[in-house]
Design a protein around this ligand. Structure first.
Ligand SMILES: Nc1ncnc2c1ncn2[C@@H]1O[C@H](COP(=O)(O)OP(=O)(O)OP(=O)(O)O)[C@@H](O)[C@H]1O
Ligand SMILES: [Mg+2]
Length: 227
């Protein structure tokens, strides 16, 4: 792995079944430390599948995926869960918030998996409030009893905060701005970029939204990446 790279994919192949023609084949793909990369592609091309491979939710049929020198594609499922909680921030397309706990608890969830990374609860609570303010999320929203009682745009912002809260090495973001209006989209990107910069986090975002194109260090078309 090159010294500057944070994510490296080599010789990857993934298919759901040998019986259909869906295949993701990536010979080599690298994201450097602190780099912000956008992968653009139409619906169904395999963007979420690729993020699930990088996040260790799916295993490749062939090839290796490294994050910061660790071969994550050969970790056992429980080691992968631990690795993901420590080092990878994921913003899922369908958010996956737990409906019956507060938004605040949803955001802090990854911290419980990593024992608050030798810091304390108040450190992460203050960090949550600070980041939330920048996304126009009030304390009242954060402390609602049930996360099911908030709007789609608010759910999206909560899931963004959950991905950032634990200071990961890389954030994988699946269409994270699709339910936001332009103002919130811009403040989201601004905040995400700023946090990535100040905390040395690499960012991989996938989207179909061509308008995001010039905002990243690198933009790649899914079709050119995965043959
Ligand atoms: N669990 C699954 N089992 C079998 N096939 C699947 C599964 N999940 C997705 N697929 C197929 O894999 C292909 C890629 O799906 P994927 O969700 O990665 O696309 P996408 O680029 O994220 O699309 P979108 O922009 O609509 O989110 C699609 O043809 C889809 O039907
Ligand atoms: Mg998708």
């Amino acid at each position: 792995m090159a010294p500057k790279s944070l994510l490296e994919i080599n010789n990857l192949q993934f298919y759901w079944s040998k019986l259909d023609d869906f295949l993701i084949k990536i010979d080599n793909f690298v994201i450097n430390k602190k780099e912000k990369v956008l992968i653009l592609g139409e619906s169904g091309c395999g963007k979420s599948t690729l993020l699930n491979l990088i996040g260790g939710i799916l295993l490749p049929n062939q090839g290796k995926i490294f994050i910061d020198g660790d071969i994550i594609s050969s970790l056992s499922p429980s080691s992968m869960d631990k690795y993901r909680a420590e080092h990878i921030g994921v913003i899922f397309q369908q958010f996956y918030l737990l409906d019956f706990i507060s938004p605040l608890k949803n955001i802090l969830l990854p911290c419980y998996f990593t024992n608050f990374k030798k810091k304390n609860y108040n450190f992460f609570l203050n960090r949550t409030y600070e980041l939330a303010e920048r996304l126009n999320l009030s304390r009242e929203i954060l402390n609602k009893n049930n996360s099911k009682d908030i709007s789609v745009g608010q759910r999206q912002r909560i899931s963004i905060l959950r991905a950032i809260i634990n200071m990961p090495k890389i954030i994988l973001a699946d269409e994270p701005t699709s339910s936001l209006d332009k103002k919130n989209q811009n403040s989201f990107l601004e905040m995400l970029f700023e946090v990535c910069k100040s905390e040395n986090i690499s960012l991989l975002m996938v989207s179909h939204d061509e308008r995001l194109k010039n905002k990243f260090d690198k933009t790649i078309n899914f079709r050119n990446l995965a043959v």
